[in-house]
Design a protein around this ligand. Structure first.
Ligand SMILES: *[C@@H]1O[C@H](CO)[C@@H](O)[C@H](O)[C@H]1NC(C)=O
Ligand SMILES: *[C@@H]1O[C@H](CO)[C@@H](O)[C@H](O)[C@H]1NC(C)=O
Ligand SMILES: *[C@@H]1O[C@H](CO)[C@@H](O)[C@H](O)[C@H]1NC(C)=O
Ligand SMILES: *[C@@H]1O[C@H](CO)[C@@H](O)[C@H](O)[C@H]1NC(C)=O
Length: 298
């Protein structure tokens, strides 16, 4: 399947170019299409220009008149960039100038939910899965307002990329017009169903309220910050302080023991010295006595 897609990716621009000969220095806006792998808009013009002209097959590349991103693709630092669009307008992918938002049912570009007018109850419908309650599915603007048990529309977009070791990596994004995050569109019968809470068994990401189905169970999204419960903080603090106190007390005890041993040694030495002195005095006294006796005898 990947090889077919790859061949298609290589073949599409060639096929279209072959069908419509474009005069040199000119472009044809009929050649505008999305790259099958990356879904990026590809045209005869560069990233800084778009194909403009009354006759689509004999138009010219002119500088873009607006940008959709703060930092647009294809412009280097310091280069003059086209302006962003004001509120209530949007910049189409080709950058041909700001246009007014379009109502539900009108065409929109892939992944450009913000091209659609917000529904009247936008505050109630808005979620991370849509833009202000509007969603662009199958290139049509609609509201993400379908509730439990009603028919819904899904849209799969498959992106293809090359992995670190050169293998093809595909990523399919499934979107639907059910109210989110409480409902999702079941792909088998296209009916909105309730999303599943954390730790429920699941088969695909959209089934989970957290949008993350990991090894068959709904899990927190990978970027969720780890929250440490207060009791764990308290336990850890107590353990650290306790360990420090125990260490201090052990050191004090060891020091006391050492000092006691030293003082015992000193006392023993002192007693020994006193004993020695007494012996010398006794010896001296005995010697003196013998000498006196001899003198008396003489
Ligand atoms: C293309 O348009 C230019 C003027 O923009 C014109 O001079 C030229 O004849 C046109 N060529 C074709 C093939 O229509
Ligand atoms: C959503 O739409 C309403 C009505 O058009 C608008 O007042 C509000 O500012 C929008 N919110 C955002 C985040 O764009
Ligand atoms: C939901 O939105 C569509 C437009 O996308 C509208 O026609 C329909 O009446 C809305 N349904 C409800 C229940 O608001
Ligand atoms: C979209 O993809 C899901 C699984 O990823 C599949 O079940 C569903 O049938 C697909 N829908 C369409 C319209 O291709």
């Amino acid at each position: 399947m990947f090889t077919t897609l790859l061949l298609l990716a290589l073949a599409i621009p060639t096929l279209i170019s072959a069908d419509t000969p474009v005069p040199p220095g000119h472009c044809s806006s009929n050649n505008n299409h999305l790259d099958p792998a990356s879904k990026k808009l590809v045209s005869d013009c560069t990233d800084q220009t778009f194909c403009s002209g009354a006759d689509p097959s004999n138009a010219t590349c002119v500088p873009r008149q607006c940008r959709r991103d703060e930092f647009p693709f294809g412009f280097s630092a310091g280069e003059a960039i086209p302006p962003l669009c004001a509120r209530g307008t949007f910049c189409p992918d080709e950058g041909s100038g700001c246009r007014a938002l379009v109502p539900a049912g009108s065409p929109c570009e892939l992944n450009r939910d913000e091209q659609c007018i917000a529904p009247p109850d936008w505050a109630h419908l808005a979620s991370t899965q849509n833009f202000n309650g509007s969603i662009c599915l199958q290139s049509v603007c609609m509201y993400a307002n379908v509730t439990l048990g009603d028919r819904c529309i899904t849209d799969n977009t498959t992106y293809i990329d090359v992995g670190p070791s050169g293998q093809q990596v595909t990523n399919t994004v499934t979107r639907d017009n059910c109210q989110s995050p409480q409902f999702y569109c079941n792909p088998t019968d296209l009916i909105c169903e309730r999303t599943l809470p954390i730790r429920s068994p699941c088969e695909a990401d959209p089934q989970c309220t957290s949008l993350n189905c990991a090894t068959g169970t709904c899990a927190n999204p990978p970027a969720t910050p780890v929250r440490i419960p207060p009791w764990q903080c308290a336990l850890t603090t107590t353990a650290i302080v306790g360990a420090m106190l125990v260490t201090c007390m052990l050191l004090i005890l060891l020091d006391k023991r050492y000092r006691l041993q030293r003082s015992r040694e000193l006392r023993d030495y002192y007693y020994q010295q006193i004993g020695l002195r007494r012996s010398i005095i006794a010896l001296h006294a005995a010697a003196a006595e013998i000498y006196m006796d001899e003198k008396v005898v003489l």
